[in-house]
Design a binder for this molecule. Structure first.
Ligand code: C2O
Ligand code: CU
Ligand code: CU
Length: 462
């Protein structure tokens, strides 16, 4: 049992080893140790630059790629806090165009949501903006621009935001994998056809180069017997991943940061639509010396390698998987009250002639249209989301995680919380949430080319 990592300090060191190659903002590690959730510890303002850089996304002997990154790196630094702490970060924009920083999946004051033109003016080139808010919910989140998103996210502006539970489940290590795909020319430059209407009117920008944390997938070294918590984040503009771990049965413990009763993936595949996250518990039950492929194979698309679990030739860490519980404590979300909800229908369609996507018949190319609806803070909203098209759409709501009540008019067995729901072709989904913080909040497709081609709207909490 001496190998068990029950001590916070050990856990942090293990985390640091696990994220080798990923820069972690040191102060967020340094100042937070020992603070309990909700404690008013020392608040220190970090500084992150939004700036161009170079990254080796392919094998090191091939040309590097010019990127835009947080701290000029791809992905941006892993931001790590404990539940209840405050995030205080000054973002300095060193690009030659405006930007903004959106905190995907978090409950926060509207003015901190980072939607350019809606919740704040764009951060001008050379300008800066301070984001400052409390982290109410534990979980795996991410941050990215909400200005010219299809291009800025694609060029590399994305990073993980991890909010730890006060008592995280016992693991030996933790991995954070930010998945992305890239469309590069031979010289390694992103193919800059961001305005291509046919791409927008179809599946969106699919790149043929897949990376994990900005590097080509390779061997993921493990030791037999260990337990790893794997936080998966899909930062791709349009690619849907469907992951399988040969020879292993990972347990899903959270969707989009929100805990769910642990369960094996349905159909053996872990589905991750753009912007979605899945937290897994992975018990390394293979033999020393073993090699197990990790693949993504969605629908009829070609299988993509995400590397392999490669077991070191070492004696197993333990003989049977850890018996420690893997379920996560729930976040303090308000439970929807379905006795008298505000009922809203949203219909998503493709306007093939105009190469646009519409929400209730209108393509929103700017932010000047009046809100889709207005609701009083504290009231439950029940939304009927109908995908009236032959394409898939990951529909995302800002501000409020929602429960998925029904799919295709059948009750959804898990009633899981999410911030993004993948809606199948011609499928309808019923969701509900409690409108909380006042302000204008976005609802949009997270295939960023669809969003750019009109598939977005906003709603008002008053
Ligand atoms: Cu990932 Cu509107 O956001
Ligand atoms: Cu978001
Ligand atoms: Cu879409």
């Amino acid at each position: 049992m001496s190998r068990l990592i029950s001590d916070r300090g050990l856990n942090r060191r293990a985390f640091l080893r696990a994220t080798r190659g990923l820069a972690v903002l040191a102060p967020t590690l340094g100042i937070t140790g020992g603070l309990l959730a909700g404690c008013s510890g020392p608040r220190r303002v970090e500084r992150i630059a939004i700036e161009p850089g170079m990254a080796f996304l392919r094998e090191p002997d091939r040309p590097a790629t010019p990127i835009w990154g947080y701290q000029a790196q791809v992905p941006g630094p892993v931001l790590r806090y404990r539940q209840g702490e405050f995030l205080d970060i000054d973002f300095v924009n060193r690009l030659t165009e405006p930007s903004s920083v959106h905190w995907h999946g978090l409950r926060l004051p509207n003015a901190m949501d980072g939607v350019a033109h809606i919740t704040q003016p764009p951060i001008a080139a050379g300008g800066s903006f301070r984001y400052s808010f409390q982290l109410k919910d534990a979980g795996s989140y991410w941050y990215h621009p909400h200005f010219n998103s299809a291009e800025q996210v694609d060029r590399g502006l994305s990073g993980a935001l991890i909010v730890e539970e006060p008592e995280p489940p016992l693991v030996d290590r933790e991995w954070v994998w930010l998945l992305d795909d890239w469309r590069l020319d031979d010289a390694g430059r992103p193919i800059a056809d961001y305005d291509d209407p046919t791409q927008r009117a179809a599946e969106g920008r699919l790149g043929d180069l897949v990376t994990i944390n900005g590097a080509p997938p390779g061997a993921h070294e493990v030791r037999a017997g260990e337990r790893i918590r794997l936080r998966l984040i899909n930062a791709a503009n349009a690619r849907i991943f469907a992951l399988s771990f040969a020879g292993h049965v990972p347990q899903i413990i959270a969707y989009d940061g929100q805990p769910v009763a642990p369960h094996a993936p349905d159909d053996g595949k872990i589905l991750l639509a753009p912007s979605q996250r899945v937290d897994l518990m992975l018990d390394l039950t293979g033999e020393p010396g073993g090699h197990h492929d990790i693949l993504s194979q969605f629908e009829t698309q070609a299988a993509i390698s995400l590397g392999a679990l490669v077991y070191r030739n070492e004696t197993p860490l333990r003989d049977a998987p850890l018996s420690a519980p893997i379920a996560l404590p729930a976040n303090p979300l308000g439970e929807p009250d379905l006795t008298d909800p505000l009922e809203i229908s949203v219909n998503f369609q493709r306007d093939g002639a105009a190469m646009l996507w519409t929400v209730n018949g209108v393509a929103h190319l700017g932010h000047d249209a009046p809100p889709l609806f207005e609701v009083a803070s504290g009231r439950t909203v029940a939304m009927h989301l109908h995908n009236d098209s032959d394409f898939l759409h990951p529909i995302h709501l800002h501000g409020f995680p929602f429960r998925i009540l029904e799919r295709g008019f059948a009750p959804n067995p898990r009633q899981e919380w999410r911030d993004t729901v993948l809606i199948g072709r011609r499928e309808a989904v019923e969701i509900a949430f409690v409108a909380e913080a006042p302000g204008d909040w976005m609802i949009h497709c997270h295939i960023l080319e669809h969003q750019a081609a009109g598939m977005m709207h906003r709603f008002r909490v008053a």
